[in-house]
Design a protein around this ligand. Structure first.
Ligand code: DGP
Length: 114
Protein backbone atom coordinates (compact mmCIF):
# COMPACT_ATOMS: atom_id res chain seq x y z
CA UNK A 1 0.00 0.00 0.00
CA UNK A 2 1.31 3.45 -0.84
CA UNK A 3 1.97 5.46 2.33
CA UNK A 4 -0.10 8.58 2.85
CA UNK A 5 2.01 11.73 3.03
CA UNK A 6 2.09 13.63 6.30
CA UNK A 7 0.29 16.68 4.89
CA UNK A 8 -2.59 14.50 3.70
CA UNK A 9 -2.82 13.26 7.30
CA UNK A 10 -3.05 16.88 8.48
CA UNK A 11 -5.80 17.56 5.92
CA UNK A 12 -7.65 14.47 7.16
CA UNK A 13 -7.12 15.49 10.82
CA UNK A 14 -5.30 12.23 11.49
CA UNK A 15 -2.41 14.18 12.99
CA UNK A 16 -2.67 17.57 14.67
CA UNK A 17 -1.41 20.88 13.30
CA UNK A 18 -1.80 24.49 14.27
CA UNK A 19 -4.21 25.40 11.46
CA UNK A 20 -4.64 29.08 10.64
CA UNK A 21 -6.83 28.90 7.53
CA UNK A 22 -8.93 26.40 5.61
CA UNK A 23 -11.29 26.46 2.67
CA UNK A 24 -12.45 23.89 0.13
CA UNK A 25 -9.27 24.18 -1.93
CA UNK A 26 -6.45 24.62 0.59
CA UNK A 27 -5.21 24.43 4.15
CA UNK A 28 -2.66 26.62 5.98
CA UNK A 29 -0.87 25.74 9.22
CA UNK A 30 2.24 26.62 11.22
CA UNK A 31 5.42 24.82 10.18
CA UNK A 32 6.60 22.49 12.93
CA UNK A 33 10.23 23.64 12.40
CA UNK A 34 9.87 27.39 11.96
CA UNK A 35 12.68 29.19 10.13
CA UNK A 36 11.34 32.65 10.94
CA UNK A 37 9.07 34.16 13.62
CA UNK A 38 6.17 33.52 11.22
CA UNK A 39 6.42 30.34 9.16
CA UNK A 40 3.20 29.04 7.64
CA UNK A 41 2.71 26.27 5.10
CA UNK A 42 -0.09 26.72 2.58
CA UNK A 43 -1.04 23.53 0.76
CA UNK A 44 -3.56 22.64 -1.92
CA UNK A 45 -5.90 19.89 -0.75
CA UNK A 46 -5.33 18.18 -4.07
CA UNK A 47 -2.23 16.03 -3.83
CA UNK A 48 0.31 17.42 -6.26
CA UNK A 49 3.58 15.66 -5.48
CA UNK A 50 5.86 18.49 -6.47
CA UNK A 51 6.01 21.77 -8.39
CA UNK A 52 7.41 20.05 -11.49
CA UNK A 53 4.20 17.99 -11.74
CA UNK A 54 1.95 21.03 -12.16
CA UNK A 55 -0.43 20.95 -15.14
CA UNK A 56 -2.70 23.57 -16.68
CA UNK A 57 -5.69 22.57 -14.55
CA UNK A 58 -3.71 23.37 -11.39
CA UNK A 59 -3.32 27.06 -12.31
CA UNK A 60 -6.42 28.22 -10.37
CA UNK A 61 -5.37 26.54 -7.12
CA UNK A 62 -1.86 27.97 -7.47
CA UNK A 63 -3.31 31.44 -7.89
CA UNK A 64 -5.64 30.78 -4.97
CA UNK A 65 -2.87 29.86 -2.52
CA UNK A 66 -1.08 33.10 -3.44
CA UNK A 67 -4.19 35.09 -2.57
CA UNK A 68 -4.48 33.16 0.71
CA UNK A 69 -0.83 34.10 1.38
CA UNK A 70 -1.68 37.79 0.90
CA UNK A 71 -4.60 37.48 3.31
CA UNK A 72 -2.56 35.61 5.94
CA UNK A 73 0.42 37.98 5.65
CA UNK A 74 -1.95 40.87 6.44
CA UNK A 75 -3.66 38.96 9.25
CA UNK A 76 -0.34 37.97 10.80
CA UNK A 77 1.01 41.51 10.63
CA UNK A 78 3.79 41.00 8.10
CA UNK A 79 3.64 44.67 7.15
CA UNK A 80 7.29 45.07 6.15
CA UNK A 81 7.36 42.10 3.80
CA UNK A 82 7.54 38.35 3.60
CA UNK A 83 8.90 35.56 1.46
CA UNK A 84 7.10 32.76 -0.39
CA UNK A 85 9.05 29.58 -1.13
CA UNK A 86 8.17 26.38 -2.96
CA UNK A 87 10.92 23.76 -2.75
CA UNK A 88 10.95 21.26 -5.62
CA UNK A 89 12.49 17.79 -5.36
CA UNK A 90 15.92 16.91 -4.02
CA UNK A 91 17.98 19.90 -5.14
CA UNK A 92 15.22 22.27 -4.10
CA UNK A 93 15.26 20.79 -0.60
CA UNK A 94 11.74 19.34 -0.72
CA UNK A 95 11.14 16.83 2.07
CA UNK A 96 7.36 16.29 1.97
CA UNK A 97 5.92 14.93 -1.31
CA UNK A 98 2.85 17.19 -1.33
CA UNK A 99 3.28 20.60 -2.96
CA UNK A 100 3.39 23.35 -0.33
CA UNK A 101 4.18 27.04 -0.22
CA UNK A 102 6.14 28.43 2.72
CA UNK A 103 5.11 31.89 3.97
CA UNK A 104 8.00 33.30 5.97
CA UNK A 105 8.20 36.61 7.75
CA UNK A 106 8.74 38.51 10.96
CA UNK A 107 12.45 39.11 10.39
CA UNK A 108 14.71 40.34 7.62
CA UNK A 109 15.49 37.32 5.44
CA UNK A 110 18.88 36.83 3.82
CA UNK A 111 19.62 36.16 0.17
CA UNK A 112 20.85 33.96 -1.47
CA UNK A 113 19.28 31.00 0.31
CA UNK A 114 21.58 28.19 1.47
P1 DGP B 1 10.06 21.27 2.46
O1 DGP B 1 11.47 21.16 2.93
O2 DGP B 1 9.86 22.44 1.50
O3 DGP B 1 9.51 19.97 1.92
O4 DGP B 1 9.22 21.67 3.74
C1 DGP B 1 8.56 20.77 4.55
C2 DGP B 1 8.25 21.52 5.81
O5 DGP B 1 7.23 20.81 6.49
C3 DGP B 1 9.41 21.65 6.78
O6 DGP B 1 9.69 23.04 6.97
C4 DGP B 1 8.93 21.02 8.07
C5 DGP B 1 7.45 20.90 7.87
N1 DGP B 1 6.83 19.73 8.44
C6 DGP B 1 7.22 18.44 8.24
N2 DGP B 1 6.40 17.61 8.91
C7 DGP B 1 5.47 18.40 9.52
C8 DGP B 1 4.36 18.11 10.36
O7 DGP B 1 4.05 16.97 10.68
N3 DGP B 1 3.64 19.18 10.79
C9 DGP B 1 3.97 20.47 10.47
N4 DGP B 1 3.19 21.44 10.96
N5 DGP B 1 5.00 20.76 9.67
C10 DGP B 1 5.75 19.75 9.22
Amino acid sequence: MMSVNIFQKIIDREIPANIVYEDEKCLAFHDVRPQAPTHILIIPKKVIRTHADLVAEDAPVLGHIHLVAVKLAKQLGLTSGYRLVINCDADGGQTVPHLHMHLLGGRSLGWPPG
